[in-house]
Design a protein around this ligand. Structure first.
Ligand code: SAM
Length: 256
């Protein structure tokens, strides 16, 4: 099996993360969409709590590493509440930014957030099968989205198809801190404290998204494997950048 073709059994993940006790659906994508639809009103607050208020500055830093040029067409895949689209547009209003997401509730928030920017638009769709034309974008950003897709391979293949030759890809997602101290801190914070906080304070009686985070990350490959998958899916010049002690990782690559 090629490294690009790491199969993650999403039926098992649905069970493990507890989707089946809260939502009705037969496919991973259906359950995941219901999860994000119900989370949408709390999503921005959740990010602030989880990242100690640092997710915006991390997203800005990640964007600052990219070879963005005036007037480029950028796809913000799995745009969610539109943070990434907003940062691109605020940085350079000449950019044409399209945000795509499967959750209508998330897109409603994103649309309000970027209403002042004329060149930001949104599309409801599936990152694995966007229906957009080949080679339509100079750059693609996917923030905390790859971990949520039914198939990482299918996602990377679609991103490769959508990029122009020479176009850049940036993947920002959870990482796997290495080393005893970082791993212990990660375990204590993500696997113990955060799920407890979610259950007792943030999500009383609701699906606990604070538990989804560490559980979904257990099934997400480590950064080196993701880099290998990107290479197998024909991306080149792959670099890896760590934030928050490796708790968040960015992959940057180019389509030759
Ligand atoms: C954790 S949020 C990330 C939002 C945003 N990019 C950010 O950085 O804050 C993940 C988003 O991926 C979307 N998503 C999950 N699977 C998708 C798919 N197959 N196609 C499009 N969007 C998807 C969800 O609806 C959700 O809004």
């Amino acid at each position: 099996m090629s490294k690009c073709n790491v199969v993650i059994e999403k039926d098992l993940v649905s069970q493990e993360v507890g989707f089946l006790s809260f939502f009705n659906g037969t496919s991973w994508s259906d359950l995941n969409r219901q999860f994000f639809d119900q989370l949408a009103p709390k999503y921005d607050r959740l990010n602030n709590v989880l990242s100690f208020g640092r997710h915006q500055s991390i997203k800005k830093k990640a964007i600052s590493r990219l070879p963005v040029i005036e007037g480029q067409s950028i796809l913000d895949l799995c745009t969610g509440s539109g943070d990434i689209a907003h940062i691109f547009a605020a940085m350079d209003p000449s950019l044409n930014v399209l945000g795509l997401d499967a959750s209508v509730e998330m897109l409603n928030i994103a649309t309000r957030k970027t209403a002042q920017f004329k060149k930001v638009s949104y599309m409801h769709g599936d990152a694995l099968n966007t229906g957009l034309m080949d080679a339509s974008f100079d750059g693609i950003f996917i923030g905390f989205g790859l971990r949520n897709l039914q198939s990482i391979e299918a996602g990377l293949t679609e991103m490769n198809r959508l990029l122009k030759p020479g176009g850049w890809l940036s993947i920002l997602d959870l990482g796997k801190p290495s080393g005893y101290l970082k791993q212990s801190l990660y375990h204590l914070y993500f696997e113990r404290w955060i799920p407890f906080l979610g259950k007792r304070v943030f999500h009383k009686g609701e699906f606990n998204s604070f538990e989804y985070l560490p559980k979904s990350n257990r099934y997400y490959p480590n950064p080196d494997v993701i880099a290998g998958m990107m290479s197998e899916c024909h991306f080149r010049n792959i670099t890896i950048h760590e934030y928050l002690l490796g708790g968040i990782v960015q992959h940057i690559a180019v389509k030759p």
